[in-house]
Ligand binder design. Structure first.
Ligand SMILES: NC(=O)c1ccc[n+]([C@@H]2O[C@H](COP(=O)([O-])OP(=O)(O)OC[C@H]3O[C@@H](n4cnc5c(N)ncnc54)[C@H](OP(=O)(O)O)[C@@H]3O)[C@@H](O)[C@H]2O)c1
Length: 504
C-alpha cells in the first residue's frame, strides 16, 4: 500500500528518546514492535532524535539484526517497504546481546546508552520495553536501577510492560511492588493492546459525542449488552503459555473487562488520563461480586474438542502441541454480570469469548428495550429490537438496526440496517494498535495503558471465578471445534429469554 499520511493520527512529535526493547529477537518484537516503528516512520511520527536498542540472548551484530528486522517489516508492516524510509529507520537500530540475569550485560548497556544518548541528543530520555516472559519483569527493572539507568539525573525514564501482569491478584501485587520500587506509577505503561485498537478509542467518541445515543445509554432504555470476542483459530503454537492462562486470564481479565469499562463508564470530567482512568475504575468497583453460587449459575466454561475449521477436521485442545492430554484449561468462557450502579442497575452484561469458534469477531452489541406494543400489535412478530453494534475487529465500524415500513401497500414492518464500515475502504487504513501505543508512550500519554488499580480490580474479579473453578471438576471437552461453545452458554442467555447475537 502507498503511504497515505492523511489518515494517520496526527500529533506533535517534539519528543526525543531511546527505546530499549528487552526481548529484541522475540516474536512480539518482530511481528508487532518493529513493524509499528516502521509504520510510524512512514507517517513521520517518530521523533527526529530517536534510536532503538534491542536486547536479546543470541549473538547478532548490529547489521545481522537490522537484516532480520528488514524481513519482519516486509512481512508484517501495514505500509509497503520503501527503501528510503527503511534507511532512515535502519541506521537508528542497534543490538546488544546479554542474558537478562547477567550484570556485566547491564554495565555494557549503560555505557552504550550514554554513547548513543550523545550521538542522537536524546537527553537521557528512555523507554524500556519489556517484551519478555513475565518472570523477567522484576529482575530487569531491578538491574536497570542497580546499574544507574533509571533516575539518571536527566530526562524521563519509562517502562512498558507486556501482559500478562501477574497470574493472579497476589502475583500481580508482588510484581507491582517490584516495579513501583523503581519506577513511579506515572512512568509505568502497562499494556493491554486492545486499548490501542482504533475502535476501542472510538467507543468513547461514539458514546460521548452523539446526542442520539448518550441520553439513551442507561437502564431505562437498554435491555442488555453483549460483549463478544470469538476467534476461529485454536492455540496454535502457544500451548505452553495458554495452559497457564486459559480464556479467563488471557481474555477476560484484560481485554473483555476493558470493553466493559469503556461501554459502561460515566462521562469523564475531561479527557485527561487520570479523569478517564478514574471513571473506568469506578465501573470495575461496581461489578457485582460473584459468590460461589453465582459462579455456578452465571459463568460457563468450555474447552474445544475435535471438530472442523473451514470444513477441514481439526484436533481438540487436548491434542494440541504442548498441551496436557487431560488438560483442565478453558478455551471458552461465557458469563453474565451486573454493574451495580444507578445507570446500569438491572441491565445484564453478557460476556463471551472463545477459541475455535466459527468466525473471528469482536463486537459490542447494545440491545434496546422494546416500545409498547400498542400501535403495531397486529404486526408484533415483525418488530425487531433496536440494536447498536460497535464492531471492534476484524471489521471496524458501527451498525444500527431500526424498524421501518416495508415498501408496498400492506402495512408491514421490516428491520432496516445501517452499517458504517470504517476499514472497508482502501485508504482508510487504521493504525495498528502497537503504533498508537508506542507513539503515546514516546510522548508521555498513558491514557491507553492500565493503571494499577484497574489491574487490581480486574484480578479480584477473575480470581473469584478461578478459585471457584478449582473446587469443581470440569466436563471437558464440551464443545466441538468450529461451534459456538458449549450448550450451557446458550442456556445462560435463554434463561433470561434472550439469545446471543452476532452481526456480520
Ligand atoms: N508474541 C505476541 O504476539 C505477544 C502478544 C501479547 C503479549 N506477548 C507477551 O510479550 C512477551 C514476549 O513474547 P514473545 O512471544 O515475543 O516471546 P518470545 O518469542 O519467546 O521471545 C522472548 C525474548 O526474550 C529473550 N530472552 C528470553 N530469555 C532471556 C534471557 N534469559 N536473557 C536474555 N534474553 C532472553 C529471547 O531472546 P533469544 O530469542 O535471543 O533467546 C527473545 O528475544 C511475553 O510476556 C508475552 O506474553 C506476546
Amino acid at each position: 500500500m502507498i503511504v497515505n499520511t492523511s489518515n494517520v493520527f496526527n500529533f506533535n512529535t517534539d519528543t526525543s528518546g531511546i527505546m530499549i526493547i528487552f526481548g529484541g529477537t522475540g516474536d512480539l518484537t518482530h511481528r508487532k514492535l518493529m513493524p509499528a516503528l516502521y509504520n510510524l516512520q512512514c507517517a513521520q511520527k517518530l521523533p527526529a532524535n530517536f534510536a532503538v536498542v534491542a536486547v536479546g540472548r543470541r549473538y547478532r551484530s548490529h547489521e545481522d539484526y537490522r537484516y532480520e528486522v528488514y524481513a519482519s517489516i516486509k512481512n508484517f508492516a501495514r505500509f509497503d517497504m520503501q527503501e528510503k524510509t527503511w534507511h532512515e529507520l535502519r541506521r537508528k537500530i542497534y543490538y546488544q546481546q546479554f542474558n537478562f540475569t547477567d550484570d556485566s550485560g547491564y554495565t555494557r548497556l549503560a555505557d552504550f546508552l550514554k554513547q548513543i544518548d550523545e550521538q542522537y541528543q536524546t537527553w537521557g530520555n528512555r523507554i524500556f520495553y519489556l517484551a519478555v516472559a513475565p518472570e523477567y519483569f522484576g529482575v530487569i527493572v531491578e538491574k536497570l536501577q542497580a546499574h544507574g539507568m533509571v533516575h539518571n539525573g536527566a530526562g524521563w525514564q519509562r517502562v512498558m510492560i507486556e501482559k500478562p501482569f501477574g497470574r493472579d491478584l497476589y502475583s500481580a501485587q508482588q510484581l507491582n511492588q517490584k516495579i513501583t520500587g523503581v519506577f513511579a506509577e506515572k512512568n509505568i505503561y502497562r499494556i493491554d493492546h486492545y486499548l490501542g485498537k482504533e475502535m476501542m478509542q472510538n467507543i468513547m467518541v461514539i458514546r460521548f459525542a452523539n446526542m442520539l445515543l448518550e441520553p439513551l445509554w442507561n437502564n431505562q432504555f437498554i435491555d442488555n449488552i453483549q460483549l463478544t470476542s470469538c476467534e476461529k483459530v485454536g492455540v496454535k503454537d502457544r500451548g505452553e503459555y495458554y495452559e497457564q492462562a486459559g480464556a479467563l486470564l488471557d481474555m477476560v481479565q484484560n481485554h473483555m473487562l476493558q470493553l466493559l469499562t469503556l461501554t459502561a463508564m460515566e462521562p469523564p470530567a475531561s479527557l485527561d488520563t487520570e479523569d478517564v482512568r478514574n471513571e473506568k475504575v469506578k465501573v470495575l468497583s461496581a461489578l457485582q461480586e460473584f459468590s460461589p453460587e453465582l459462579v455456578q449459575k452465571n459463568v460457563v466454561r468450555g474447552q474445544y474438542g475435535p471438530g472442523k475449521a473451514q470444513g477441514k477436521p481439526v484436533s481438540g485442545y487436548r491434542q494440541e502441541e504442548r498441551v496436557s492430554p487431560d488438560s483442565n484449561t478453558e478455551t471458552f468462557i461465557a458469563l453474565k454480570v451486573h454493574v451495580e450502579n444507578f445507570r446500569w442497575a438491572g441491565v445484564p452484561f453478557y460476556i463471551r469469548t472463545g477459541k475455535r469458534m466459527p468466525y473471528k469477531s469482536t463486537q459490542i452489541i447494545v440491545q434496546f428495550k422494546p416500545l409498547p406494543k400498542i400501535l403495531y400489535a397486529r404486526l408484533n412478530g415483525q418488530m425487531h429490537p433496536n440494536l447498536l453494534v460497535i464492531k471492534i475487529q476484524p471489521q471496524e465500524g458501527v451498525f444500527i438496526q431500526f424498524n421501518a415500513k416495508k415498501p408496498g401497500t400492506e402495512s408491514q414492518i421490516a428491520p432496516a440496517q445501517m452499517d458504517f464500515c470504517q476499514n472497508c475502504t482502501d485508504g482508510l487504513n487504521s493504525p495498528e494498535a502497537y503504533e498508537r501505543l508506542l507513539f503515546d508512550a514516546l510522548r508521555g500519554d498513558s491514557t491507553l495503558f492500565t493503571r494499577w488499580d484497574e489491574v487490581e480490580h480486574s484480578w479480584r474479579f477473575v480470581d473469584t471465578i478461578a478459585a471457584n473453578w478449582k473446587q469443581q471438576d470440569s466436563t471437558f471437552p464440551n464443545y466441538p471445534a468450529g461451534s459456538l461453545g458449549p450448550r450451557e452458554a446458550e442456556e445462560l442467555v435463554a434463561r433470561d429469554d434472550r439469545k446471543w447475537l452476532h452481526i456480520k
